[in-house]
Design a protein around this ligand. Structure first.
Ligand code: ADP
Length: 362
């Protein structure tokens, strides 16, 4: 975009189907060439963003993900991670207007579908021209950057099915190729990455994080993702799903299927009696397992097809969602006979926004 270093402030924004992810680089060094206006603007923004970890009713700064001592384009500083619902985009724009962000006449890099959908609103409301970048390019770029910086970024889960014994263990991702990326946002995209600058989108599924939240709201009346996950944690899906043993009376031995394997998601719900005994918690858990198992099974088939052993799961569906991560870890290992590994990244849903910020430097 620029021949030299772009003017501060540096933002990257990923405007998704459900959440807006905002990554902000706060410089902590002093640059000689910085103008007084720039310093003033940066101060103002930093002050506002750091004054709180909550903005309005819905904006949140993920303080635990903050990265200090980051070097981007020769500058040192802190990366901040902020998110809010895409439905609040207009509130965000009027806030930006009232905070004087419109006067910066700066460049904001944006990715995700909303970069297109809200482009005109940015121009009209805050006089900002969006530089749009592809979301999957940004995602891959962001993963490479953060992973190289953060030695504890990538991890796997050991003993995933043992409640008090499962642990997250750092995974050495320094020789990662090839690997599969399963991005679980509102919907799901699956990418095969073969080198630092080579990847392809293998497939996707519309049954993703948004499906879980939508169905869960319908079935339980819950209002938020956090609520949906809290319900699911307490539920028992066998009250809702039909298991192999419900059909066979035990294991299906010929094909090595244990009696406890789910044979039919929501299969009990065809019975009036069973419907009466299923609690909101049970329904939430069954919804979570249905969506997660479906994604796991598609991911595994892609990995087999592409001859890939490492599968990296990202996206905000995995936020505060150990149930799904453990299930994916178990399923990948079990159904592949131990040849495949499910990997996870600490910054879950922020890679697109990070990659987008980096595009500004190109
Ligand atoms: P997108 O770019 O499509 O918005 P994300 O990676 O941000 O995708 O993931 C969105 C999904 O993350 C939601 O569908 C939901 O399952 C989950 N999620 C996690 N935290 C929240 C939250 N605070 N509000 C809404 N959805 C959330």
């Amino acid at each position: 975009v620029f021949n030299t270093v772009p003017p501060m402030p540096w933002f990257g924004m990923d405007i998704g189907g459900t959440l807006v992810k905002l990554v902000y680089f706060e410089p902590t060094d002093k640059a000689k060439e910085e103008t007084a206006l720039e310093t003033e603007t940066v101060k103002k923004i930093s002050h506002y963003l750091k004054s709180s970890s909550a903005y309005g009713k819905t904006g949140k700064r993920d303080v635990h993900l903050q990265m200090d001592n980051c070097c981007i384009n020769g500058r040192y500083g802190t990366l901040h991670f902020i998110r809010f619902p895409t439905s609040e985009m207009h509130v965000f724009l009027s806030l930006a207007k009232s905070k004087g962000i419109a006067d910066m006449a700066s460049t904001v890099c944006a990715t995700g579908g909303g970069a297109y959908k809200f482009e005109e609103d940015f121009r009209r409301e805050v006089n900002l021209q969006l530089h749009k970048f592809d979301e999957l390019d940004s995602l891959i770029h962001g993963i490479h950057f953060i992973e190289a910086y953060n030695t504890h970024e990538c991890y796997y889960i050991e003993n995933p099915m043992v409640d008090d014994k499962y642990i997250k263990i750092p995974y050495d991702f320094s020789h990662p190729y090839p690997f599969l990326v399963v991005n679980i946002g509102s919907g799901v995209s699956i990418l095969a990455v073969t080198s630092p600058d080579q990847y392809k989108r293998v497939t996707g599924t519309s049954i993703g994080g948004g499906t879980f939240l939508g169905l869960c709201a319908l079935l339980t009346g819950c209002e938020t993702f956090e609520e949906a996950i809290a319900l699911a944690k307490k539920g028992d899906s066998t009250k809702v799903d039909k298991l192999v043993k419900d059909i066979y009376g035990g294991d299906y031995k010929k094909f090595g299927l244990s009696g406890d394997t789910i044979a039919c998601s929501f299969g009990h719900m065809m019975s009036k009696e069973k419907r009466k005994t299923a609690s909101p918690e049970d329904l939430a858990r069954a919804t979570l397992l249905t969506v997660t198992n479906n994604i796991g099974s598609i991911a595994r088939m892609c990995a087999v097809n592409e001859n890939i052993e490492r599968v990296v799961f990202v996206g905000n569906f995995l936020r505060v969602n150990d149930v799904s991560m453990r299930l994916l870890a178990y399923a990948m290992d079990f159904w592949s006979g131990g040849t495949m590994k499910a990997l996870f990244l600490q910054h879950e849903g922020y890679f697109g926004a990070v990659g987008c910020l980096l595009e500004l430097m190109k």
